[in-house]
Write a protein that binds this ligand. Structure first.
Ligand SMILES: NC(=O)c1ccc[n+]([C@@H]2O[C@H](COP(=O)([O-])OP(=O)(O)OC[C@H]3O[C@@H](n4cnc5c(N)ncnc54)[C@H](O)[C@@H]3O)[C@@H](O)[C@H]2O)c1
Length: 279
């Protein structure tokens, strides 16, 4: 039987996931519900689907009260850190599995502990795709031996524009003309200041040694087009670096195209009945 899916957020990531399901690229998967607070995004995606989902919503309470929602097995969040924090516990308590893209949500310790408690009390799963990096498996494997983890994220002015950091520090990103480290701190503060840019630091923190001990450097480089991430890990029996150089999504320069493919592959893995590769 097909897994019935609801997608929260019809932007760069949610849209491509929906189109992949529609194009039958994900076996055993049916798109049941789309939800976005922006009705224009919602309707534009809906119009582009050949097989229409059973319902679309621009209000969470209406979504949850609907008959179609009762049959949903998996909810995919591709909206924002705030949306993940607002909806996640309720969705889990309603017995649904959930895939989270706004992994930065977990940097709030109270939220993280609450979700762990909800998962302990309920029999369901939270899936966190690797997103804009790879290597979560190797970080998980060595986590008890890690001495230092640093993530260096380099993005263009356009990719970083709009982050709270610039408003909080009264900085106009457009006047930065040379490559410059603009943030050096732990993953908790990195996510507070750049919630739409450093979800990978949340994934690395969860896979490794936690948000407080994970160091994040954010570099603005007016000359680059791609989003670059370098993860440097020193551990008891060696060291490794993971480098990714990602083309941004045409729909959202903050989001790497790799993150979209990672979400689609994670969904394919959840729906797959047999071979699980590299999980
Ligand atoms: N895990 C990763 O590696 C990774 C990589 C890139 C982006 N992300 C995160 O995934 C999320 C989605 O990214 P995107 O590029 O698709 O963003 P986007 O801005 O293109 O789309 C987000 C959509 O969600 C909708 N939305 C916002 N708040 C909502 C709410 N409360 N309820 C319902 N809908 C809401 C918006 O209207 C928008 O259509 C972001 O939080 C982003 O930071 C994660």
């Amino acid at each position: 039987m097909d897994l019935k899916v609801a997608i929260i957020g019809c932007g760069a990531i949610g849209r491509e996931i929906a189109l992949s399901i529609d194009a039958k690229k994900i076996p055993n998967c049916k798109l049941s519900i789309l939800f976005d607070i922006d009705s224009l995004k919602l309707e534009s995606l809906y119009k582009n689907l050949h097989t229409k989902p059973s319902s679309i919503f621009d209000d969470f309470d209406e979504l949850v009260a609907s008959n179609d929602y009762h049959n949903v097995n998996l909810v995919i969040e591709a909206a924002s850190v705030k949306a993940a924090q607002t909806y996640m516990a309720a969705i889990l308590k309603q017995g649904k599995d959930i895939m989270i893209m706004s992994i930065g949500a977990f940097s709030d310790p109270a939220f993280y502990e609450n979700i762990i408690q909800v998962l302990t009390d309920n029999d369901n799963n939270v899936f966190l795709p690797s997103g804009a990096i790879g290597g979560a498996d190797i970080i998980r494997s060595v986590k008890n031996y890690i001495e230092e983890v640093t993530i260096v994220t380099t993005k263009s002015n356009k990719s970083l524009k709009g982050a709270p950091y610039f408003y909080n520090n009264d900085i106009d990103i457009d006047v930065i003309k040379e490559k410059k480290v603009i943030f050096d701190g732990n993953a908790i503060n990195a996510i507070k200041e750049f919630p739409s840019n450093v979800n990978i630091s949340a994934l690395v923190s969860l896979a490794g040694i936690g948000f407080e001990k994970t160091r994040v450097k954010i570099v603005v480089d007016p000359k680059i087009i791609n989003n670059q991430h370098e993860i440097q890990v020193k551990w008891k029996f060696g060291s490794f670096q993971i480098n990714v150089d990602n083309i941004p999504s045409p729909d959202n320069p903050k989001t790497s195209y790799l993150a979209i493919l990672s979400a689609i592959e994670c969904l394919r893995g959840i729906c797959a009945k047999n071979l699980k590769i590299g999980s």
